[in-house]
Design a protein around this ligand. Structure first.
Ligand code: PHE
Length: 549
């Protein structure tokens, strides 16, 4: 069921045959490049350190059931929704939403604001991983990994906000920012694409070597048992299901505007749904691989300490990577190489994700203000770098990171997903248009079931949002002082809301002209939009554009 030729066909992107008009948007060089870039965004710290711990905490092997259900009912449908929005409306998140409905532009800015926030602290983690990559060569962290991480390396002070810079963090942090800005400055095809085309295969190879090595460690089998032994009772616990959906959203970079932005750089004549499936399954495969590698390694740690895996702590997140893993590496023959592979993988996986969030911000500003990719890279990159260095290059960076992560990722994203579905499907009623668009250009069609599933996901998301909102409001977080949570947690959410409300008020400095989606509504067998029927300006299949008036 396809009436489109593949992206590589002669004449793709030209209007000679009555097909799509030429547009000047940057492009990926082809489908493979897009797939690698989307996988690059999806595969990140979430796969390596978040998934194994979430699975372990939420039923072990039984977690695979909610996880796969979440992948099929939310991950793939929402991924296709975002790829469909970006591909049909051909813009960064704000431009795409503006084309969906003039009132929806703010939804795109909500996503952009979250990306901006995440970019600030994601960089810090990559910088730590870069330092640890270097430390691996002489195992500087080996004697006392916990003390080394918080003391020697981060020099963590009491909670609060300090300006005591820590050079050992500041320098790698600045280095990561320079690399990121250069990649963005080079543009979509020469920068972002190249990073992923080199980085993703490299990551798969290094990580596979690491997993194979881990499987030969003493105790590896016990680790895998701990991860995969199912606790079916967990399936009746709603928290387990919420965790599975949360993991899928974070891991596939959904509701961040990233997938919309990346899909907008595809040519008009492109197969959209099948690559989406490749991205989704590719990401989950890597996640599983990471789970196996991490738990085999942890099994070794348990056997060295003569305890059961269940008695170990620190099996997720920052502690897993920067304390537990260094502890294992210190006890392992050939730990230097293992450490370098592990932290090197974190750097590469993190960098390809980081670039995707910043490209989302830069792309939005390019569309709104008519900036070149280079100007976007510098205007987004330099202030972000400075804020990130002030926030995270100091002795209090760890607290800030933790709090900003909770509020932006646990609340901001869930709200962003609800807003996206609400704007596109409920308010602007673009569901049929999007499913027909996806089916028309792709080899694999979607229809009513897809739209129904998305609506159901939205209901679940609403539950998740309220649940988390109430928990954070009543219980606080991490034992941190209330003023701190108000300033940096709720403050982060407030910042996102302000951006979403304020940005649409600015004039579009770039006139995008009249927008003609392709295939047109008529080609999709849809009636013209109501306002078109009324004033018949611009003919069928035209969406009035909100450029500078
Ligand atoms: N998907 C990434 C991960 O698994 C995280 C991420 C979220 C990256 C949003 C970009 C945008 O780590």
């Amino acid at each position: 069921m396809t009436d489109a030729t593949p992206a590589s066909a002669p004449g793709a992107g030209s209007s000679a045959d009555g097909g799509p008009a030429k547009d000047k948007r940057e492009h990926w060089s082809g489908q493979t490049a897009f797939i690698l870039a989307a996988i690059g965004s999806a595969v990140g710290l979430g796969n390596i350190w978040r998934f194994p711990g979430e699975a372990y905490d939420h039923g072990g092997g039984a977690f695979m059931i909610p996880y796969l259900v979440a992948l099929v009912t939310a991950g793939i449908p929402i991924l296709l929704l975002e790829h469909g929005i970006g591909h049909r409306f051909r813009g960064s998140a704000p431009l795409s939403f503006r084309r969906i409905s003039h009132r929806a532009e703010g939804v795109g800015w909500w996503h952009v604001a979250i990306c901006f926030v995440i970019g600030l602290y994601y960089t810090a983690i990559i910088a730590w991983a870069l330092s640890y990559f270097v430390f691996s060569f002489d195992l500087s962290y080996a004697d006392d990994p916990a003390g080394f991480f918080q003391g020697d390396f981060l020099q963590v002070a009491e909670p609060g906000f300090s300006l005591d810079f820590v050079p050992g963090v500041l320098i790698p942090l600045a280095a990561i920012w320079v690399v990121t800005i250069v990649v963005l400055w080079l543009g979509v095809a020469n920068g972002v694409e190249r990073l992923n085309v080199v980085g993703i295969p490299l990551l798969v190879v290094t990580f596979t070597v690491l997993v194979v090595r881990a499987l030969f460690l003493e105790g590896a089998a016990d680790g895998l048992d701990a991860l995969f032994t199912p606790d079916f009772a967990a399936l009746s616990d709603p928290d387990v299901w919420v965790a599975a959906y949360g993991q899928i959203f974070f891991s596939l970079s959904l509701a961040y505007g990233v997938m919309i932005t990346y899909a907008s750089y595809r040519r008009r004549r492109s197969n959209v749904t099948s690559p989406g499936l490749v991205v989704a399954f590719g990401n989950s495969s890597f996640e599983l691989l990471a789970g196996i590698g991490v738990f085999a390694t942890i099994g070794f740690l348990a056997s060295q300490q003569g305890v059961a895996v269940d008695d170990l702590e620190g099996l997720t997140g920052i502690t897993l990577s920067f304390v537990t893993f260094p502890t294992v590496i210190a006890q392992m023959p050939g730990g230097e190489l293992f450490g370098a592979l592990f932290f090197g993988s974190l750097v590469v996986a993190g960098l390809t994700s980081l670039v995707s969030v910043l490209q989302t911000v830069s792309s939005a500003l390019q569309d709104k203000f008519g900036w070149s990719p280079r100007r976007g890279a510098l205007t987004v990159g330099i202030p972000s770098a400075l804020i990130s260095i002030v926030g995270f290059g100091t002795t209090t960076g760890l607290y800030l990171l933790d709090v900003m992560d909770q509020w932006s990722n646990q609340l901001g994203i869930v709200a962003g997903a609800i807003l996206m579905i609400g704007a596109a499907l409920w308010v602007a009623r673009r569901g049929p248009e999007l499913s027909r668009h996806l089916s028309a250009v792709s080899t694999f069609a979607v229809g009513r079931t897809w739209r129904i599933v998305i609506n159901l996901v939205a209901v679940l998301l609403l539950y998740m949002f309220v649940d988390k909102f109430v928990t954070l409001l009543t219980d606080g977080y991490g034992g941190l002082p209330t003023w701190y949570l108000a300033a940096f947690g709720w403050g982060t959410l407030g910042f996102i809301a302000v951006v979403a409300l304020a940005m649409p008020a600015f004039r579009w400095a770039k006139d995008h002209g009249e927008f003609h989606p392709w295939p047109s509504r008529a080609q999709l067998d849809l009636p013209p939009e109501p306002w078109q029927a009324a004033d018949a300006v611009g003919g069928r299949g035209t969406t009035r554009e909100g450029g500078a008036a």
